[in-house]
Design a protein around this ligand. Structure first.
Ligand SMILES: *[C@@H]1O[C@H](CO)[C@@H](O)[C@H](O)[C@H]1NC(C)=O
Ligand SMILES: *[C@@H]1O[C@H](CO)[C@@H](O)[C@H](O)[C@H]1NC(C)=O
Length: 408
């Protein structure tokens, strides 16, 4: 992108370059967006029984984490009205549309209760935390007698000296990672620190290392602020993966290789991270260490992909959008008909590049799909409870979540 921003290149050259890149990728993008050569299956093809759980606290949940030991599900949610106005990752920049009530919702997954709401409630935020949360991706680790949360936060930019708002169209969002602790038995998140860095550009999702200190973050774009260069990233590729340390607060860009709207990220252990690249329909595994980052493996799904969540066994569950046109319609009318959703399971060994896998031409198993939008939300995240063979599905623009039990 630096090439494009240098003024010594005349505009016509920039336009020509753009046209060439466009021509090269248009075929790929058309195939990615249109469900032409894709078989989308009805939900009846899969051995699952699904229920919807609908409540304002379960609307607009972009990401979730399952505490399989503590048997609780934690979801990063916000009002749909807020999300459709202010979502920097999706190029929605209306600062005044934020409802400033983003929250972490909690479900007791083994106890539906008489109301079928699984003890739904939201965590409180300690008074030591100043300001608002504008939530996106999250990850959580159990450390001793507490759960530690890493939350992506997209606040609007302000002048640090005067506190006056800055023009978001010039500078983009002030995105940070917030670390909070939840003591076991407590319902209040206590703020530990804010991580603010040039390498946290346009963060989307993050995954914490086994040591509970390092974490990798996806940036879905290269350009922080809206505009022409950022728009071109759909064709040129863009984004990056950064690596940070929670103790020192230091971050660096680990890689830009293979990044086309880097989106969901899952920790596979031993320094390996799997990243879904939405703009190309691929999942790329990287080995990240202190010095260098190596691209280990690339799996081609040819469908737009979203969040990736490892289950207790390390297998990764991933949400995909088999019909992007229906997705655009669902985004315009979130309370109307949801867009068809697909859930893939990628065995850990396949992501690590140690084993190949073929399932009807796909590098992973399709575990669930809902062609006719009967039960599933417009799904952006899926987590799997291996113990009870259940899937929990939520969506950043969905008013409800789905819970599906495998009957086989
Ligand atoms: C931004 O959001 C506010 C509050 O919801 C709304 O009144 C306003 O019309 C929106 N502005 C634009 C440009 O959509
Ligand atoms: C962004 O957030 C950081 C951390 O809270 C703060 O130090 C900085 O002043 C903010 N910058 C802008 C432009 O809002």
């Amino acid at each position: 992108m630096s090439l494009l921003s240098k003024s010594k290149y005349p505009l016509s050259a920039v336009v020509l370059l753009g046209a060439v890149i466009y021509a090269l990728r248009i075929h790929e993008i058309v195939l990615l967006i249109l469900p032409i050569f894709r078989v989308i299956q009805p939900i009846e093809d899969f051995p699952y029984t699904c229920e919807r759980v609908e409540h304002p606290l379960l609307a607009g949940c972009e990401d979730m984490w399952l505490d399989h030991e503590g048997r609780k599900l934690y979801a990063a949610c916000a009002s749909i009205e807020g999300r459709t106005g202010w979502s920097p990752g999706a190029d929605l920049w209306n600062v005044s549309a934020r409802d400033r009530a983003d929250h972490i919702s909690v479900l007791d997954i083994d106890d539906p209760g008489s109301d079928g709401l699984y003890g739904l409630h939201q965590l409180k935020i300690g008074s030591e935390y100043p300001g608002d949360l504008d939530l996106h991706g999250l990850d959580v680790r159990r450390i001793g007698d507490k759960l530690r949360f890493w939350l992506i936060n997209h606040r609007p930019p302000v002048n640090p000296k005067t506190g006056e708002p800055l023009n978001v169209y010039e500078v983009g969002a002030n995105s940070t990672v917030e670390i909070f602790d939840l003591k076991l038995g407590s319902e209040t998140l206590q703020h530990v620190k804010t991580i603010f860095s040039d390498a946290i550009v346009t963060p989307n999702d993050l995954a914490v290392d086994e040591d509970g200190i390092g974490f990798a973050v996806t940036n879905d774009h290269t350009n922080k602020a809206p505009g022409y260069s950022r728009g071109l990233e759909l064709f040129t590729g863009g984004g990056s993966v950064s690596y940070c340390r929670s103790d020192s607060g230091e971050c660096r860009i680990a890689t830009r290789e293979g990044c086309y709207m880097a989106n969901g990220i899952a920790n596979l252990g031993q320094g390996l991270f799997a990243v879904s690249q939405t703009g190309r329909g691929i999942v790329v595994t990287y080995k990240v260490d202190e010095e260098k980052t190596i691209l280990v493996n690339e799996l081609d799904f040819q469908v737009p992909l979203d969040n990736t969540s490892p289950d207790e066994n390390g297998d990764v569950f991933m949400a995909a959008f088999p019909d992007a046109r229906a997705l655009f319609n669902a985004a315009k009318d979130p309370y109307g008909v949801p867009a068809p959703a697909t859930v893939y399971m990628i065995p850990r060994q396949v992501l690590q590049g140690k084993q190949t896998h073929e399932y009807k031409g796909l590098p992973a198993i399709k575990v669930l799909e809902d062609r006719d939008s009967k039960h599933l939300p417009t799904t952006t995240v899926v987590v799997h409870d291996a113990k009870t063979k259940r899937l929990f599905l939520a969506g950043v623009l969905s008013p409800f979540i789905g819970i599906c039990k495998n009957n086989s």
